[in-house]
Design a protein around this ligand. Structure first.
Ligand code: GDP
Length: 305
């Protein structure tokens, strides 16, 4: 919680104080609306989510006169509702690993987003929560990616499945990973998949092939999550990436990295509002321990503290 609070410090900067100044004076004047919109847009909450927030807030204030504190509390519930909407339930901050199935998490994301680091952090977090884990290094396009994953494997004591050098088919690596995961009866298979956005068709084909391998070998008894890693410092560019990837992959969620260095943490709201994708984890630093399961409540409290 502390690291989340610290992580959001740049996004939060003054947010609450600015809002306090305009809230608590009955329904919003046109000026106040403009001001709130500016404040929210500066935190990279995005146009759609901002519109929704301001309209919902104004409707409430027209109905009922709320003192500043109550108006802020109401604002927090609006933000939580947006973050929870993809799952239609409140987020708990438990790790996603399901019981009695092989969990397969496919991670995608452009180079530099923090995908490799996140895989290492996820392996660590899973093990901390008592789940056994294997990593399949299926981003075979970049030799460095495989090497990097191996370093994380050593750091976190996680077995790595990678190709022997000759075979560069990502689906083959996933196949081997699947075999190893089943043989060892692990809870979680983490798959480092490609992030080549510049060629959407290739990416789609590659991911589809990986899916076919999984379907063929382990149709029952698997739970698949397809998670996109997005760098939170990118702001609106991150939204563009989410859009492109959601067209190429059947995403089930997003992992937001580098929230610690970002003044654009509001992108979490833009992503859920615009794409209906839940934020699943957040990265708040470069170390192994700096990944947290996402909680809407904690996030909103840290944003508006
Ligand atoms: P990849 O190319 O997507 O695999 O990205 P990497 O995992 O290599 O990460 C790129 C850089 O971002 C590295 O220097 C990481 O240490 C850094 N990084 C990753 N996640 C975070 C995070 O949550 N916070 C911070 N501050 N840095 C991060």
């Amino acid at each position: 919680l502390k690291s989340l609070h610290k992580g959001l410090s740049k996004t939060r900067r003054g947010l609450l104080n600015q809002l306090k100044l305009v809230l608590g004076q009955g329904p919003l004047s046109e000026n106040a609306i403009l001001e709130i919109e500016t404040i929210l847009l500066q935190a990279d909450i995005g146009i759609n989510a901002t519109d929704y927030i301001v309209t919902t807030l104004q409707n409430k204030l027209l109905e009922e006169s709320l003192p500043s504190e109550k108006a802020i509390e109401y604002l927090k519930t609006i933000l939580c509702d947006i973050l929870n909407s993809p799952l239609k339930q409140a987020y708990d901050s438990e790790i996603l690993v399901k019981k009695e199935v092989l969990n397969i998490w496919l991670l995608t994301g452009v180079n530099g987003a923090g995908k490799t680091t996140t895989i290492g952090k996820l392996a660590y977090l899973a093990q901390q929560c008592g789940h056994s884990c294997i990593i399949a290094a299926a981003d075979t396009f970049r030799a460095a990616a495989v090497e990097q994953v191996k370093i994380w494997g050593e750091k976190t004591n996680t077995p790595i499945i990678s190709n022997s050098g000759k075979n560069t088919d990502p689906a083959a690596v996933v196949y081997d990973g699947l075999m190893a995961a089943q043989a060892r009866n692990v809870d979680l298979l983490l798959v480092d998949t490609a992030g080549r956005l510049q060629n959407k068709t290739n990416l789609m084909e590659e991911l589809a092939k990986i899916r076919r391998v999984i379907d063929k070998k382990a149709k029952n008894n698997v739970h698949i999550e397809s998670l996109l890693v997005i760098d939170a410092t990118l702001g609106q560019n991150g939204l563009r990436q989410t859009e492109l990837f959601s067209e190429a992959a059947h995403l089930t969620g997003v992992i937001l990295t580098k929230l610690d260095g970002s003044s654009k943490g509001g992108i979490a709201l833009a992503i859920t509002q615009q794409f209906g994708l839940p934020i699943r984890f957040i990265g708040v630093g470069e170390n192994m321990k700096d990944l947290k399961p996402f909680s809407s409540h904690e996030f909103v409290e840290a944003l508006l503290d």
